[in-house]
Design a protein around this ligand. Sequence first.
Ligand SMILES: Nc1ncnc2c1ncn2[C@@H]1O[C@H](COP(=O)(O)OP(=O)(O)OP(=O)(O)O)[C@@H](O)[C@H]1O
Length: 260
Amino acid sequence: MLKVEGLVKTYGDFTALKGVSFRVRRGEILGLIGENGAGKSTTIRILVGLITPTSGVVEYDGVDFFSNLDELKRRIGYVPEVDALYDDMTAEEYLKFFASLYGVKFKREIMDKLGIPNKAIGEMSKGMKRKVSVARSLIHNPDYLIYDEPFSGLDPMVSLTLADFLKSLKNKAILFSAHNLYYVEYLCDRVVIMKSGEVIYEGDVEEIRGLKTYVIKTEKGVVRTNDVSELVDVLRNEKVLSIDVEVKRLEDLYFELMRK
Ligand SMILES: Nc1ncnc2c1ncn2[C@@H]1O[C@H](COP(=O)(O)OP(=O)(O)OP(=O)(O)O)[C@@H](O)[C@H]1O
């Protein structure tokens, strides 16, 4: 399990993170969402050891991250917001290079699974480059995958292929940030919503989708409720013309929270 507890990050007198806490368990996919500047990338950069927090705890499987950085970094696969690739290398050369850095055997299978051609990275489309970054993040078979906006700038088909690929990975804890709520809802088990350096919501995607609103049209007007006993009361006491059920979407919750 990845445990994040009370993360604070200050830059001078600006506080980018104001005590961020959440958990990501093995076999779980967690989506980190929030408006621009909410602190998602800052959180991610701390979780992969690129920057240190001002205070707070990060533990991977109960082991303190910052006093075991070298050992724990090997268990993390990271994809940054902007791909850091070597344009002159072919995909295979690049991935083989990283396999040798990690001291593991390169398996071409990963390129086949993601549909990566063996051509120069500099000649690849943005979507294909993103897939090379994802392949690199997996080369050492890490337990934790931490991706900063993996779907940014990708067309819907490439995004879906990538989402399905991530879904197919078993026994890993996956955390990714995103602005496109569709992929978060499609892929994630849980979601953390950040605003101004704080977590303002954490919950199961299934639970959010399970939040129903009953829209009851009666002779006297329309009643909207998510309380079943109120629904029963209306059914008993009013002449009901129709009942509709609205299922909440992640974006409904997101906009509700952001407007508060
Ligand atoms: N090195 C830095 N020095 C000062 N302020 C910083 C630094 N890095 C980030 N910030 C500030 O911290 C806040 C959080 O930034 P961060 O990049 O984590 O947000 P984000 O949620 O990832 O946003 P986006 O969705 O736009 O990528 C922002 O106000 C940003 O300007």
